[in-house]
Design a protein around this ligand. Structure first.
Ligand code: DGL
Length: 266
C-alpha cells in the first residue's frame, strides 16, 4: 500500500532532471526525494525507442527497491513514451513532464511557439498535440538542439562551443518568428538565462518545471499521498562519473548538501 510517508523518485537520463528536482523541493518541502540520473548512458534523446524503454525499465526497477509512492519522469524524452505504457507492473504512480500548456498558451500572442528539445521529443510532436488540442491556431516550430545535452553534461558553461550552439538554435527560432520558446528538455534550463538573452526581451523563454511540480502536488493531494508536515530530504544517485555530476548539483543548487550514491542499473 502506498502511504504519505514514502519517498518520491525523480529520474532523468542525466543531470537535466536536477532542474525539475529543484522546483519539486521548493514546492513540496516536506517530501523526501530520491533522484536518479543515468549519466553513464546520457544522452537518451538520440537513441532508439527500444533502447530508451529498456533503460527506463531498469530505472523503474531501481525505484521498486526504494519505497517510493510516486516517480516523476524529469525528462521530456522519456515522457513522450507515455507514462501509462511504462507503468506496467510497478506499484508507484508515474508522472511525466508538463508541456507547459498553461504558460505557453497565455504567453504567445502570435501563436508561434519555438520548441527546444531533443531530436526524439521533436519527432514525437508531443507538445504540438497538447497545444493544438486547446488552440488549433498554435504553430509549433520544433528545433532539435542536439548539441546542448552533451555540453551541459560536460558542464561547458560559458565556453565558445556553448555560445556557438546557443546562437545556432536561437537564430533558427528567430527566423521562425516565434514569440515564445519552450524549454522542452530538462537539461536546457541550465542555459535559461543565456537563451533568454539571445532571444531578446520580446520573446518569452519558458521552463515547464514549475508547472510539472504543480501537477505533482495536485496528484498527491488527489491520491491522498500529500505529505504536509516535517522536513523533507533528498538523496542523489548517478550511474556515471560522480565528481562531474556532483559539481553540476552544486551549480544547480548552490550551498545545499546531499548524500550521493553511485548506482549500477545492470
Ligand atoms: N533531459 C532529457 C529531456 O528532458 C533528456 C536529454 C537526453 O538524454 O537526450 O529530454
Amino acid at each position: 500500500m502506498l502511504t504519505k510517508d514514502m519517498s518520491i523518485g525523480v529520474l532523468d537520463s542525466g543531470v537535466g532532471g536536477l532542474t525539475v528536482l529543484k522546483e519539486l523541493r521548493r514546492k513540496l518541502p516536506s517530501e523526501n526525494f530520491i533522484f536518479l540520473g543515468d549519466t553513464a548512458r546520457a544522452p537518451y534523446g538520440v537513441r532508439s525507442e527500444e533502447e530508451i524503454r529498456k533503460f527506463v525499465e531498469e530505472m523503474l526497477c531501481f525505484f521498486d527497491t526504494q519505497n517510493v509512492k510516486l516517480v516523476v519522469s524529469a525528462c521530456n524524452t522519456i515522457t513522450t513514451l507515455g507514462m501509462d505504457t511504462l507503468q506496467k507492473t510497478h506499484k508507484f504512480g508515474l508522472i511525466g513532464m508538463s508541456k507547459g500548456e498553461n504558460m505557453v498558451l497565455s504567453a504567445s500572442k502570435k501563436k508561434k511557439v519555438g520548441l527546444f528539445a531533443t531530436q526524439f521529443t521533436v519527432n514525437s510532436h508531443m507538445h504540438q498535440k497538447a497545444y493544438t488540442a486547446i488552440d488549433s491556431r498554435i504553430q509549433v516550430y520544433g528545433i532539435p538542439c542536439t548539441k546542448f545535452v552533451p555540453l551541459v553534461e560536460a558542464a561547458k558553461f560559458g565556453t565558445p562551443e556553448m555560445a556557438a550552439a546557443i546562437m545556432e538554435y536561437t537564430d533558427e527560432a528567430k527566423k521562425d518568428g516565434v514569440d515564445v520558446v519552450l524549454l522542452g528538455c530538462t537539461h536546457f534550463p541550465f542555459l535559461h538565462r543565456e537563451i533568454q538573452k539571445s532571444m531578446g526581451q520580446d520573446v518569452q523563454v519558458i521552463d515547464p518545471a514549475a508547472e510539472t511540480a504543480t501537477n505533482v502536488e495536485h496528484y498527491l493531494i488527489e491520491e491522498g499521498l500529500y505529505k504536509m508536515n516535517g522536513t523533507g530530504g533528498t538523496t542523489i544517485n548517478f550511474t556515471g562519473d560522480m565528481e562531474k555530476a556532483e559539481k553540476l548539483v552544486a551549480y544547480s543548487m548552490p550551498g545545499e548538501k546531499f548524500p550521493f550514491n553511485k548506482v549500477s542499473l545492470k
